[in-house]
Write a protein that binds this ligand. Structure first.
Ligand code: ADP
Length: 602
């Protein structure tokens, strides 16, 4: 499945896109103001202080450069020389605190953005994950936020102090031009500055497009990586090592190419501006030599000019960083603004404690077409059936019949395209989604155990219906015997992806979790993987205990489980083709008979 690709050449974001995120700065206004003040001091001390010092102090230290200046005493000399470290001390200290404080604010803002994306990902509908590759999402949350972070840091270091430095140097230049005769030409040298704006703008635009392309490639590369890491068994079992290597080489190469395009533009600006400023400075030197101005008058001017050009270079680099960050922000915004299909009710109905009836009424569901697909046939078509309180129904049907889709509807992972699902006569959309889901215990086909202890993994199931202890849940699910064998018993950590338990144990722990949850509705999506007879028997026993008194829907792959159910619904191509007890539908439904006989034969 591919995520819908954004047109990487078109980018819609401008600087304003950053504005909404400024609200995150609110709690940090004090360090932010401090940072601004430090930036101001830094800018003034470098832009104005340095050239002014060169202008005022030099001629007094070297009196022969300025005739008529009286000879200095040692004390006076020391006092004048002390100006140098003093100005650099002010510049250095304010620069440090400016950088420190603004980084602090920037990182805090970034933390909030990352959290916002993460929180949004928690509430996005299931369809979002079906459309977007896991790796691409991972890269948005990690790489794009890191890109934003690097930009924020760059911006925060320079956005305040460089403009102030520039203005300071400009003021120094203007003062000097007015004070000194024949020096008004230096103002002409400043004409280079507006010329610099054109390459800054153009390079920024080009860079943003390239950066968007690059981040997409990071996403693809992470997808290949995450797929490979999840499928480590398949890779070995089917000897896919070299195929996987090729896939990774290709995506890595594509990333490299995209990255180089970014490098091309991000590094072109500095030399370009340096060349332009060198032209400006050469012009100043040329004019100075022609008008035979003294060296001591030229040095402060050249210093001020250099200091005035430097921020232009740095601002150009910031502009590049902002553009790169905008590309990442665009990718983050795609997640932040993704539609939450499941709209929460404003005043939901209270979830009934006792479930009397679940009713599917003309339920249809069609998946959104993938890119390039025009027509998609419905996954569920006009489903009409009822399940009574305490009844257990087995869903049987060939692969692709719509069994999982039906379950998704009941859990409201997706809403029907048309029709409704009623619990005790009320559309399930009338209930708060959290309450509805709490009333369901779902045991999925591939249960997920977190990298926490056995106890905590069962405890995750806790709901308002929970009445039994964790130990009782473990006993009921036949998990006790293997938990007892763990060195840490219930405190045993299960390892990432529960690699430390067998397939059968994993399923029993999932049943323990459902047992502990004790919700009135039970959904069992039976695992397709083969189990040894001991495990199979233990799981069957556990299921028998679990479904007692619960309104149960089970996707049954093994006919031994079908026997546990009161009734069987046979689904084929999104439609119910049979509904009843085993004996009768074995006689009347050919699809069912075929499935049953096939399994008996294996
Ligand atoms: P079952 O659980 O019985 O194997 P599913 O409910 O998974 O069947 O699938 C029913 C139909 O919907 C199939 O034709 C399948 O290809 C399609 N389908 C399932 N999931 C998606 C999806 N995320 N996007 C598009 N089509 C899907």
């Amino acid at each position: 499945m591919n995520k819908p690709k954004q047109d990487s050449t078109e980018s819609t974001l401008g600087y304003r896109s950053f504005f909404p995120y400024f609200r995150f700065l609110k709690p940090y206004w004090l360090p932010f103001i401090g940072a601004l003040l430090c930036g101001l001091i830094y800018g003034i001390s470098s832009g104005f202080g340095l050239p002014f010092m060169v202008d005022q102090v030099f001629p007094r230290i070297f009196p022969d450069q300025a005739p008529g200046t009286p000879t200095l005493s040692n004390f006076e000399l020391l006092y004048l020389i002390a100006w140098f470290p003093a100005v650099f001390l002010i510049r250095g200290t304010s620069g440090y605190f400016n950088g420190y404080l603004i980084n602090y604010c920037g990182l805090r803002v970034l933390e909030k953005i990352r959290l916002q994306v993460f929180s949004k990902v928690q509430i996005l509908p299931v369809s979002f994950f079906q459309k977007n590759q896991e790796g691409d999402l991972l890269s948005r949350i990690t790489s794009d936020t890191a890109q934003l972070q690097s930009a924020l840091l760059g911006i925060s270091n320079d956005l305040v102090r460089q403009p102030v430095t520039f203005v300071g140097a400009l003021v120094a230049l203007v003062i000097m031009a007015i004070q000194r005769e024949g020096m008004s030409f230096i103002l002409l040298c400043l004409a280079v500055i507006p010329v610099c704006v054109f390459p800054i703008r153009r390079v920024g635009e080009l860079l943003m497009r390239r950066a968007l392309g690059m981040q997409e490639k990071v996403g693809s590369m992470t997808s290949v990586l995450s797929e490979n890491l999840s499928a480590y068994r398949e890779v070995r079992a089917f000897s896919l090592e070299s195929r996987e290597e090729q896939r990774f080489i290709q995506s890595s190469e594509e990333f490299l190419q995209a990255r180089m395009k970014v490098v091309k533009y991000s590094h072109i600006l500095t030399p370009l501006i340096e060349i332009l400023t060198a032209v400006g400075i050469s012009f100043a030197i040329f004019q100075a030599s022609k008008s035979s101005v003294r060296l001591d008058a030229v040095v402060p001017v050249i210093t001020a000019l250099y200091i005035a050009y430097d921020p232009i270079k740095k601002l150009g680099a910031i502009n590049n960083k902002i553009k790169e960050a905008l590309a990442s922000l665009q990718r983050l915004n795609e997640v932040l603004h993704a539609k939450e299909m499941i709209e929460p009710r404003e005043s939901p109905l209270e979830m009934p404690v006792v479930i009397n009836k679940i009713k599917f009424k003309s339920v249809c569901f069609t998946y959104e077409p993938e890119q390039g697909e025009s027509i998609v046939s419905p996954a569920l078509h006009q489903l009409d059936f009822e399940i009574k309180a305490g009844e257990s129904v087995a869903l049987v049907g060939p692969s692709g019949a719509g069994k999982s889709t039906l379950i998704n509807m009941l859990c409201r992972f997706q809403d029907p395209t048309s029709g409704e699902i009623l619990i005790n006569g009320n559309d399930i959309r009338e209930f708060a989604i959290k309450d509805l889901r709490e009333s369901i215990s779902l045991v999925s086909q591939n249960p997920f155990l977190f990298d926490i202890s056995v106890q905590e993994n069962i405890e995750i199931g806790k709901s308002k219906y929970t009445t039994h202890s964790i130990k009782e849940a473990a006993q009921a699910s036949n998990s006790m015997e293997f938990i007892e064998e763990f060195p840490m018993k219930f405190g045993e950590k299960l390892g990432e992806k529960a690699t430390r338990v067998s397939g059968g144990q994993l399923q029993r722990l999932a049943l323990a979790r459902a047992f502990y949850r004790n919700s009135p509705i039970l959904i069992l999506d039976e695992a397709t993987s083969a189990l040894d007879s001991d495990n199979e028997e233990k799981i069957q026993e556990a299921m028998k205990v679990l479904i007692k008194g619960k309104t149960t829907i089970m996707i049954a792959h093994r006919f031994s489980s079908v026997r546990l159910a009161d009734r069987i619904l046979v689904l084929d191509r999104g439609k119910i083709i049979a509904n009843g007890k085993h004996d009768r539908i074995y006689e009347t439904c050919q699809t069912y008979r075929k499935l049953y006989d096939q399994q008996l034969a294996t």
